[in-house]
Design a protein around this ligand. Structure first.
Ligand SMILES: Nc1ncnc2c1ncn2[C@@H]1O[C@H](COP(=O)(O)OP(=O)(O)OP(=O)(O)O)[C@@H](O)[C@H]1O
Length: 260
């Protein structure tokens, strides 16, 4: 899968206001259509890395390019356009629990509507049909009119995936998407993400604690420690030992340029 990078980090560092280092001189090039898994101990900087891509966090130094365009100074309309092209999946689903599944899924389209139209729920026929199809794609077609909080955790996460799909995203960022789920549900959520990746060529970046899932679903694995990129290998080269090492407190490992 050798393609132009959809995301590029150039010497990216992030220090939080209280002085905590989130990221330290990250250089990273992610080709379009890659399924990238980010691993590392708690506090390693995985969420920070992900959230700099849609500007939920601003960086301190360096530059980030998405689809060839520097995003670090985007504002207003341009920033909204960036965020529209990036779906985000959270550990806790972030659904509006008292709203219907349909409304939650349609909210993935709000970036394409004026504020008043989306506030009033004035979505087009096409988008309503698209919502049905997105739900069917994650096996929840029959839940269209259920309230979000009537669904199981795994079902809610799949609604969140359908919502992200509604954005027509180029990139999906999934920040510990399975951390609150049981093993069986985990499988279906990971399968849904993989399908988005394979069928629609959407670049997926997933932050995971499960090494075995990382190996099963990823094209490439990167490891962070203390905000630094300490590991970067295509899945074919990843060994169990490497991954164990990433989770050791002592400094390791090999790091190589990956042209995926
Ligand atoms: N808003 C914040 N203000 C200050 N420090 C923060 C903030 N968010 C994160 N950090 C710190 O930045 C570092 C990286 O945090 P981050 O959440 O990116 O790690 P992580 O690898 O995603 O961890 P986890 O697996 O526990 O979610 C940690 O030391 C964390 O305490």
């Amino acid at each position: 899968m050798t393609e132009k990078p959809i995301i590029e980090f150039q010497h990216v560092s992030k220090t939080y206001q209280n002085g905590t280092i989130g990221l330290k001189d990250i250089n990273l090039s992610i080709p379009q259509g890659q399924f990238l898994v980010v691993v590392g101990l708690s506090g390693a900087g995985k969420s920070t890395l992900m959230r700099t891509i849609n500007r939920m966090h601003d960086i301190s130094t360096g530059n980030i390019f998405v689809d060839g365009e520097s995003i670090v100074h985007l504002e207003g309309k341009e920033l909204r356009r960036l965020r529209r092209s990036i779906g985000m999946i959270f550990q806790n689903f972030n659904l509006v629990k008292r709203s219907s599944v349909q409304r939650n899924v349609l909210s993935g389209r709000v970036g394409y509507y004026s504020t008043w139209k989306s506030t009033l729920g004035l979505f087009s026929k096409e988008d309503k049909q698209k919502a049905i199809e997105a739900l069917q794609r994650v096996g929840l077609g029959e839940k269209l009119y259920s309230r979000a909080d009537e669904l199981s955790g795994g079902q809610q996460q799949r609604v969140a995936i359908a919502r992200a799909f509604m954005q027509d995203p180029k990139i999906v960022l999934a920040d510990e998407p399975i951390a609150s789920l049981d093993p069986l549900t985990t499988e279906s959520v990971m399968d849904d993400l993989k399908r988005l990746n394979e069928e629609f060529h959407i670049t997926v970046i997933v932050n995971l604690h499960s090494v075995s899932l990382a190996r099963r679903f990823g094209d490439r694995i990167i490891g962070l420690r203390g905000g630094e990129l300490v590991y970067d290998e295509p899945i074919s080269k990843v060994t169990e030992k490497d991954l164990e090492a990433i989770y050791q407190p002592v400094s390791i490992v090999k790091k190589s340029e990956v042209q995926a």
